[in-house]
Design a binder for this molecule. Sequence first.
Ligand code: SAM
Length: 479
Amino acid sequence: MTKVSEPAPLGEPLSVFGPREGFSPQIGIFVSQLNWMRHKVLSRLKNLSQEDLDWLPDERSNSIGTLLLHLAASDVYYGLNTFDGLPWARYPEEVVNRWEPAMKLGDLGRNWIRGNDLSFYLSALTETREHTLSEFRRRDDEWFMAVDLKWGWGPTNNFCKWFHVCEHESHHIGQIDLLIKQLPSRNVVPNQDVREDSIVAGKASRTALGVAIRRASHQVHDSSPLVLNDPIAVPILGEVYRAALEAAAESIGEESSIAMRALLVARNRLAEDKLAEAVSRGVKQYVLLGAGLDTFAHRNPHQNLRVFEVDHPATQQWKRNLVASSGLREPSTLRYVPVDFERQQVSVQLEESGLDLSAPTIFAWLGVVIYLTRPAFRSTLAFIASFRNGSGVVFDYALPRHALPSAELYARDELASRVESIGEPFRLFFTPSEIRQELSAFQLIEDFDAPMLNERYFSNRSDGFSLRGRSANIVCAWR
Ligand SMILES: C[S@@+](CC[C@H](N)C(=O)[O-])C[C@H]1O[C@@H](n2cnc3c(N)ncnc32)[C@H](O)[C@@H]1O
């Protein structure tokens, strides 16, 4: 690894900005940034079909395809101005005919740019960028810094014009990401009958799908020993989400993806380990609150353990449809209990489903608390605390923004805006001392932060798979 104090040698990897062979010093540094940004654009595009590239969320939007061609067009337009010295947009007819719809976007783009597959856009991006780079190679830093006094922004040098091309790619990456998240092909909910009172009206929990895809990715991509051995994690996704699972593979090695996957598998593993200890002490009831696509009930190794899956009605119906369409059977030891924590008393529904309220019980409440209001959290916790000694709950909570190290704020904000955009906003955060206060009715509290979980489940690994940062803790609280 390059030490911080050493200058980056020429031809360094993508993330080491610096001079590049064949370019003047300043241009080379800029090219390293341009390359990085283009890599970010291209990393979004795998597995996009022609339909995806043409898709418009509404009649005033631009498609992903149009935005990609817009990036290519920007190289052409800035090139003709800065390399060829032509006044802005006073370009030959053949240039205007080919590139104006992409450059202008709007109706012109919507009408003209569609019906192309990904290779069409990739060739346009490559062709135009190669031309840009070949022109950069022929120029020096003096040209790069030369100022155009007549430019519309005021005196502007070539550096600034091309910086704008680079910055503009970053801007459009945001738009492309948003479009990709909304693509109908990535948001298939296989049940047409989901109830209208769901988390997002008419839809099951999308965060539950995201978690399930990560658990499945762990089975497929992480090396042995697995932290969570879950042979049902892939089958439960069925054919319907096979493409989504494949798409997730593309970011499998990214830091944020590793960190999230590690947290999610550690969360299930800890709950299941604590359950096993409780079962050995005689516990016979396990309640998964906000079960999502958790597969424990299908893998239940404990004879005589009854499992209750509580979830929002729409999510639960979606899961049951998925279980059926994936060819899995609903286990006979499992009871489904549809409950909206915000509107219903979980106690009533669970009792009606046959839960013995006087018997010691283990609750897992994984990945749910952050989505609840404080009253819903407190009333559910009070219900759990009403169970007799030997009962317990495992749940995760997230630290508030002000308690996070600054290096983690960006990742938190990005995640928060992602879940908000799919209708499941983060709502509830706690510091460790606040969570202790909330748990005052419990006798024993074990609060696992990332280093403790790493020590417990990820030490002795050579693949670097582990939790990062401090953003979430997992608590086990015992009556
Ligand atoms: C991030 S998912 C976690 C799912 C599952 N525990 C897992 O780890 O795979 C959040 C879950 O909380 C459930 N949930 C969120 N708000 C809820 C509410 N008000 N009532 C019932 N369930 C809710 C969702 O339906 C979803 O299953």
